[in-house]
Design a protein around this ligand. Structure first.
Ligand code: NDP
Length: 311
């Protein structure tokens, strides 16, 4: 089934997608948002949010996304619950095939499909998610003030998270599966200089332990001796990388080696295909915050509006 030509189709309904929808709707572009598999995005799997400007008190991630969704609807955006399977993007015609078998045509497309944190894959990790297990120190670190926490991973993210947490928590243990870090040398130097950060090498997390109050310890296993050890922590920050959700756009849009969409001009949302714009965590592997994603969503709507005016 082929539908009418849309002015703006927004793929994704996290902070970037919904902010793009609010701006595009207010520009009278009647945007159509395709919600995707996880309506509301990553914020719907967090609990307390206290770093999104505009709320004096702590708000809940799912509630905040409901508000953003209602705001987008109230200003005239349309939202459908569907998933993109395939796209065909050219300057003059852009078609989007959906799981429901509908095919959309659009003048402009804003991609805001986000990213997913990679997880260790333990059942206990899932059980304690939001109750001691997190994948974002900037979001959740504050709740572990003066407590002992662990960070898992050896890349830039893990080291940055450990450094960030070392200013809040009494002790940070970085657990890495090898005997050297992948993180940049300058970050490593900062890490080793911190007195309250301890690094455990060649170990993997075999279990996350806790009770109804949340996490209270970790079981780690030495890769070589297979010896296990219990370490007492109240928070576990998994920092083993993120994967952008950009599968349907592979071979269509320019991406880096990790699958992040590449903005053609720094500081814009312009992709390598005219009339296709990208915003939020599917582009950004550095900041990954709700507020930066929202800002990028706003930029994408303004870029799309300007592109249409120039056509
Ligand atoms: P990376 O892929 O760079 O690092 C992931 C780390 O997690 C590696 O040390 C890896 O171990 C470890 N790991 C992966 N899977 C597992 C697992 N199942 N169990 C245990 N450990 C695991 O991801 P990052 O998120 O750190 O960085 C992603 C990208 O973003 C990089 O390009 C990075 O440079 C960039 N970045 C840049 C920043 C900056 O410039 N300030 C800040 C943050 C990120 P191993 O080393 O053994 O493979």
């Amino acid at each position: 089934m082929k539908n009418q030509m849309e002015k703006v189709v927004i793929i994704g309904s996290g902070a970037a997608g919904l902010t793009a929808a609010i701006y595009a709707a207010r520009a009278n572009l009647k945007p159509l948002v395709i919600e995707g598999i996880q309506p509301g995005g990553q914020l719907t799997i967090t609990t307390d949010v206290e770093n999104y400007p505009g709320y004096a008190d702590v708000v809940q991630g799912p509630w905040m996304m409901e508000q953003m969704r209602s705001q987008a609807l109230n200003v005239g955006a349309r939202i459908i619950n569907d998933v993109v399977i395939h796209v065909d993007f050219k300057k003059d015609s852009k078609t989007i095939s959906l799981d429901s078998k509908s095919i959309l045509s659009a003048n402009t497309v804003i991609i805001a499909t986000g990213a997913q944190a990679k997880w260790l894959g333990l059942e206990s990790e899932n059980k304690f998610n939001g109750k001691g297990v997190s994948a974002c120190a900037t979001c959740d670190g504050f709740f572990y003030r003066n407590k002992e926490v662990a960070v898992i991973g050896g890349g830039n993210t893990a080291v940055e998270e450990a450094l960030y947490l070392s200013n809040i928590c009494s002790k940070v243990t970085l657990i890495h599966r090898r005997d050297e870090l992948r993180a940049e040398k300058i970050l490593q130097e900062r890490l080793f200089a911190k007195e309250n950060i301890n690094v455990i090498w060649n170990n993997i997390v075999s279990e996350i332990l806790g009770d109804e109050k949340g996490v209270n310890s970790l079981e780690i296993k030495d890769k070589y001796s297979e010896k296990t050890e219990i370490i007492k922590v109240e928070g576990v920050f998994v920092a083993i990388g993120h994967s952008p959700s950009t599968e349907p756009f592979k071979g269509v849009l320019e991406m880096d080696e990790e699958g992040y969409i590449v903005a053609q001009k720094p500081g814009t949302s312009i992709t390598n295909i005219e009339g296709v714009f990208a915003a939020g965590d599917c582009v950004d592997k550095i900041y990954r915050q709700a507020v930066t994603a929202a800002g990028m969503g706003c930029m994408a709507a303004l870029d799309a509006e300007k592109w249409m005016q120039n056509q």
